[in-house]
Design a protein around this ligand. Structure first.
Ligand SMILES: Cc1cc2nc3c(=O)[nH]c(=O)nc-3n(C[C@H](O)[C@H](O)[C@H](O)COP(=O)(O)OP(=O)(O)OC[C@H]3O[C@@H](n4cnc5c(N)ncnc54)[C@H](O)[C@@H]3O)c2cc1C
Length: 383
């Protein structure tokens, strides 16, 4: 069931008249919550953290559904990082469950490992190559390009057109609504092909899931007497009602400036959650569907959480243009718009812009946490 935070919710009439929050933090995702936690517990600052959603945790929010299965409301979130600092910081608020993520892709009627590895190639082409031979095989497929401009160039120059069509083209078209030939090379900056049989999705040093879920971890981060949480509230509703000294803003930067320089586009997703009356639904935590079907992937949560249950819950992801902002669209015209907003942001005093929406960057969780810790470090130098 979705938790009820009413006991921590504040309303304007609960304030003493001369009370002033040191910081108003907009957004209770990782970016806002990390800064709130640091400001309160390390700098002794009084913080009000506001989110327009009815829960903390931002996009990483997880909860037990009506069948008692722990699910991720906004799609699968797998924690992985090479940063010891980030891992140790989060370890103050959670125990961990070791988890190495694995993904299969449905190609030509078969399920094969992604990133592409030795087994992928052998299964797909009915061969029996070894690591040295597969390297030569990739070279024989590659179509070298003089200039790498687009995401298509990145893939075709590395593994050739057949693997590009099978694994990348359809998936990218669905995910971004654009052909890879129209997308900046940074979207598929690197094609992680492996010549060995390593079928882990990530190779980071630290790969683990919070033992009791992300939301429980956020509850611990925000459980400080100097932190008040206000949910179901757009910060603009309370700006004039609640006194504060400075703002940490983790919402969309174009919205903050009333879209003065235009709208920054995002890709959004529809999530179709289902529960099935069987202990196991599919043979891997995530199965990608690059070609057939309108959805991009299907996730079965029990693999991620380690939960045992007679039923199982899954989610389908359908990309779309409108809706909640999830993925900034990395095109040079959008970056130009962002630069204009950044200039406005840089000129403001007492407002800090942090996180993936406020900096218009696709950040993984660990990158958000690292950025938030770094911004907190700069604030702490001043206070
Ligand atoms: C489908 C999907 C899967 C992902 N999987 C992974 C993964 O496996 N591993 C990984 O490391 N990362 C993953 N990510 C990235 C991860 O979600 C982000 O790095 C992280 O959640 C961003 O945290 P944030 O606090 O910056 O933003 P958010 O989590 O979006 O938090 C911002 C908050 O601000 C609130 N807000 C916005 N405007 C206002 C307003 N006007 N007033 C009040 N509140 C407001 C929003 O409601 C939101 O809760 C994934 C992202 C998506 C979309």
């Amino acid at each position: 069931m979705e938790p009820n935070y009413s006991s921590t919710t504040v309303t304007p009439d609960t304030f003493e008249r001369d009370f002033v929050f040191d910081y108003l933090i907009v957004g209770a995702g990782f970016s806002g919550s990390v800064i709130a936690e640091r400001l309160a517990s390390h700098s002794g600052k009084k913080v009000l953290i506001v989110d327009k959603r009815n829960h903390i945790g931002g996009n990483t929010y997880d909860h037990y559904n009506e069948h008692g299965i722990l699910i991720h409301k906004y799609g699968p979130h797998i924690f992985h990082t090479n940063s010891r600092e980030v891992f140790e910081y989060l370890s103050c608020f959670t125990q961990w469950r070791t988890y190495e993520h694995r993904v299969l892709t449905s190609v030509d009627g078969q399920l094969v490992p992604i990133p592409i590895n030795l087994d992928t190639i052998n299964k797909l082409y009915g061969m029996n190559l070894n690591s040295f031979e597969v390297e030569e095989f990739f070279k024989s497929l590659a179509e070298p390009k003089e200039y790498i401009r687009t995401s298509e160039d990145v893939v075709v120059s590395k593994v050739g057109r057949d693997l590009y069509e099978k694994f990348f083209r359809g998936y990218t078209r669905k995910q971004w609504g654009l052909d890879p030939s129209e997308l900046d090379k940074s979207v598929i900056a690197r094609v992680p092909t492996r010549t060995n049989r390593d079928n882990r999705y990530f190779t980071d040093t630290y790969q683990a899931m919070p033992l009791h879920g992300f939301t429980r971890m956020f509850e611990k981060m925000l459980a400080h007497p100097y932190i008040k949480v206000m949910l179901n509230t757009d910060y603009r509703e309370i700006l004039r009602a609640i006194p504060y000294r400075e703002i940490v803003y983790t919402g969309p930067i174009d919205e903050f400036f009333n879209y003065r320089h235009g709208i920054l586009p995002y890709r959004s997703l529809d999530f179709q959650h289902e529960t099935h009356d069987t202990p196991v639904f599919q043979s891997a935590p995530v199965i990608n569907y690059p070609n057939e079907h309108l959805y991009t992937r299907v996730t079965e949560f029990k693999y991620l959480t380690g939960q045992e249950h007679t039923k199982t819950s899954i989610v389908y992801e359908f990309p779309k243009a409108e809706g909640d902002p999830y993925y900034p669209v990395p095109r040079s015209d959008n970056n130009e718009i962002y630069k204009q907003y950044k200039a406005l942001a840089d000129a403001m005093l007492g407002v800090y812009f942090v996180g993936r929406l406020a900096t218009y960057k696709y950040y993984n969780m660990d990158q958000c946490i690292a950025q938030a810790l770094s911004v907190y470090g700069k604030i702490a130098l001043k206070v």
